[in-house]
Structures are given as C-alpha cells and as structure tokens.
Design a protein around this ligand. Structure first.
Ligand SMILES: Cc1cc2nc3c(=O)[nH]c(=O)nc-3n(C[C@H](O)[C@H](O)[C@H](O)COP(=O)(O)OP(=O)(O)OC[C@H]3O[C@@H](n4cnc5c(N)ncnc54)[C@H](O)[C@@H]3O)c2cc1C
Length: 384
C-alpha cells in the first residue's frame, strides 16, 4: 500500500528493522540459517498478532495493519517470510475452530509462546492440483493416523503447530474432488520422531522450507478443525489474507529496489555525469515506480474488500500477480542500474533479487491466477 497508512506502526517497524541491517541477513543467507533474533523482536513488539482479536490477546488491528508491517519489513531490506505465516495461519482456527480450540491456541499464538506458522498443503505428486493430494488421515478410535508426504512446507522446523490438509476420503470416493479433505492441527513438538520426519530443502533463497514424511503419525481426533471433509474450503478461505499480505511484501521489495536504484543513479558518476542523468537509466526507474504505485492501489482495493468481509478471491489473486511482477521488474531494474556492483553480496541487491523472484511461483503461480481470471471472470472455457 503505497499510501502511508498506519504511519506510527510503519515508523516503529522501520526502527526495529534498522537493528537488523544487511550484514545480519547476508550472514544468515550464507548459512541458510533462521533469523530467530529478528522474529523474536517482531513477536515481542506485538507485530505478529495484529490479526488476532483482542479477546484472544492480539491487537485486532486487521489486515491493512498487517500489510503495512510486512511492507515496511521488506522495504527495509529485511524479509518477513520467516514469520509472516504466524500472522495469518491462525485464521483457520479463528474462523473454523471450536470455542475450545480457539481458547486453547489463540492466546498462545498471540503472545508468541506458541508458534503456528507451518501450513502443510503442497505435495510432490499433486502440485497445484490440490484435490490430488494423497496424504491420508484414517480415523481409528479417537485418533487420526496420518500417512503420506508433503513438500515445500516452510518453517516446519521453527513452528510448534502446523495446519495440515489431508484426505479423509479418497478422491474417487468423494462426491466432488474438492470434498473429502480435512484440516488437522498437528502438534509438531510431539509429532517429530513419532511418525513425522522433517527434511530441510536447500533453495536459492534462505527460506527454511522442508519436506515432510508421515508414517503412522497419530493425531488426536479433537485436533480436527471444523467438519471432516470440508478442509479444502477452509484452506481456500485463508488464502485471501495470505495473497494480500504476500503482495504487500512485494510492494515493500519494489520500494527497496527503487530507493536503492534511485540513490545509486544519483551518486554513481560515469562519463563525467551521474548515471541517473541518462534517460536510459531514469526511465526504467520511473517505470518501476509507476508499476509499484499501480500494484499498491490493487493491493489496497483487495484489502478494503477483505476488511469489509466482501468476497475478494479474484482481487486478492490479481493483487498478488501485479505486485509480484512489479517487485520483479524493480529488482531487475535495480540490478541493471548497479552494473557489476549489483552482483556483489555486500550491496544486498542480489539477495533481495533472489528473494523476490519466489513470489511469482509461491504461494500460487502466475499462470494459475491468469487461469482463474480467464475462466471465473471472463467466462472462458476451463482448461483443467
Ligand atoms: C520456497 C517455497 C516455499 C513454499 N512454502 C509452502 C508452504 O509453506 N506450504 C505449502 O503448502 N506450500 C508451499 N510452497 C509450495 C507453493 O505453493 C507451490 O510451489 C506453488 O503453488 C506452485 O506449485 P508447484 O510447485 O507444485 O508447481 P506445479 O503445480 O508443478 O506447476 C509447475 C509450473 O507449471 C504451471 N502450471 C501447472 N498447471 C498449469 C495449467 N493448468 N496451466 C498453466 N500452467 C500450469 C505452474 O504455473 C508452474 O509454473 C512453497 C514453495 C516454495 C518454492
């Protein structure tokens, strides 16, 4: 949101982020290590509980406040991916959990005592076609016994709880492919070593993502969220908040690249003049600013609908698409503006460049958003 909403919060986030400069992130990036200190600071400042209602110990400020926080984190050169899911994964419990589950978990999530920031949906053989997941939870007495495999489950090693989507009815026995999936809240502290194995996946960015193997993992039946068989709908419900918040991170990244490129273009002198004097350098910078501003309006629109409780699936997806493209354009522009120095680790451009590329693939890839718009909005025939 390029309009300066929540100025005090933004200022406080900027101050906090100033304690975690590029050198902090570069060191973690080299070792693919988790930014525990940064996450602790955000937690203690109360920034990760703004979506949790006051009755459960959060500040209940809402999605636009959360968006402002993540935008500033990214604008400052930091990265919210290590903990952004602590903000919104609890939405599944808040919206679909029982009164007892909310009371049991939400106050702990709000204080940060409980980390609920793992979200297990993707599987290697299903990909984006979520109805093809095969991780299965079989009800045996008062327990579910879970078997299967997940991939790209981020922060599982740094989370106490995980929202897990699995099948409770095989796809071919369900009325519709999207029926027969359920959400379980898995206590990772008990699960690891007792039916759950977590294997880190090293990626081109420092993202703490993992692969999960379930072998007869027992989960108490009371950890089922909502109704058995309705899990896909619950997960879809939570995705709008995620899309809008990720889009806000993209806006922050775009702003980071534009700030850095603008400063460098003013200062770097070649051929006896600042490179920014050349329109070949100015125009991509200006275009990046135009694209970021345009994306900011879309993100704000989607967040306004979300906060009003209106349907916003299409808008949240479109916001994520344009914001991820704006951040990528800005990243490329910034690297080009820096010439060779853009590739040097110490400038942080190459790190942020790698980080922002993710958003055109995860949490949903651009093609799938285009397909949604083509078929759901523009009435084109479905291709799958
Ligand atoms: C670093 C990282 C972190 C992640 N964290 C999580 C997490 O915490 N939890 C979780 O559940 N998942 C997570 N994911 C998974 C992420 O959501 C998926 O990678 C993403 O949704 C794309 O799915 P896929 O990788 O299976 O691609 P696929 O579905 O295999 O698709 C591959 C490519 O083909 C294209 N494609 C596929 N089908 C079509 C079609 N019909 N028409 C046109 N194009 C098509 C896609 O757009 C994509 O570009 C993470 C992924 C990464 C890389």
């Amino acid at each position: 949101m390029t309009t300066e909403t929540f100025p005090e919060i933004r200022e406080a986030v900027r101050k906090l982020c100033a304690r975690f400069p590029g050198s902090y992130w570069r060191e973690l990036d080299r070792d693919r290590a988790y930014p525990a200190e940064f996450v602790r600071a955000l937690t203690e400042a109360g920034f990760l509980s703004v979506l949790i209602p006051e009755e459960y110990g959060g500040s209940g400020l809402g999605l636009k406040a959360a968006a402002a926080i993540l935008e500033e984190v990214h604008r400052s050169g930091c990265n919210g991916a290590a903990c952004h899911a602590q903000m919104y994964t609890m939405g599944t419990v808040l919206k679909h959990g029982s009164a007892a589950q909310k009371q049991a978990y939400l106050p702990g999530v709000a204080s940060g005592e409980l980390r609920l920031q793992a979200f297990g949906v993707t599987e290697p053989d299903a990909g984006t076609d979520t109805t093809r997941i095969t991780t299965f939870a079989k009800k045996v007495g008062e327990k579910y016994v879970v078997n299967g495999r997940k991939i790209w489950i981020s922060r599982a090693e740094h989370s106490d709880l995980m929202v897990l989507l699995c099948r409770t009815t095989p796809r071919d026995e369900a009325k519709k492919p999207s029926d027969g999936m359920s959400v379980l809240l898995v206590d990772l502290r008990q699960a690891v070593g007792n039916g759950l194995t977590i294997r880190p996946v090293r990626t081109m960015l420092n993202h703490a993502t993992t692969e999960l193997f379930f072998e007869d993992l027992e989960v108490p039946a009371e950890n089922l969220i909502g109704q058995e068989g309705q899990g896909f709908r619950y997960i879809l419900d939570g995705m709008n908040a995620e899309r809008i918040l990720i889009a806000s991170e993209c806006l922050g990244d775009a702003r980071f690249f534009i700030d850095r490129a603008g400063q460098y273009a003013r200062e770097r002198t070649v051929f006896g003049r600042p490179i920014g004097e050349n329109q070949g350098v100015q125009f991509p910078l200006a275009r990046a600013y135009v694209q970021m501003t345009q994306a900011g309006l879309m993100v704000d629109h989607a967040a306004t609908l979300f906060e009003a409780g209106e349907p916003c699936g299409t808008e949240a997806n479109m916001a994520k698409l344009v914001a991820s493209e704006a951040s990528w354009f800005a990243a490329d522009m910034c690297l080009q503006t820096h010439g060779g120095f853009g590739f040097a680790e110490e400038y942080d451009i190459e790190r942020k460049f790698r980080e922002t590329r993710l958003y055109q693939v995860a949490p949903i890839s651009t093609n799938l958003i285009l397909s949604h718009v083509a078929t759901h909005v523009l009435g084109q025939p479905k291709s799958f």
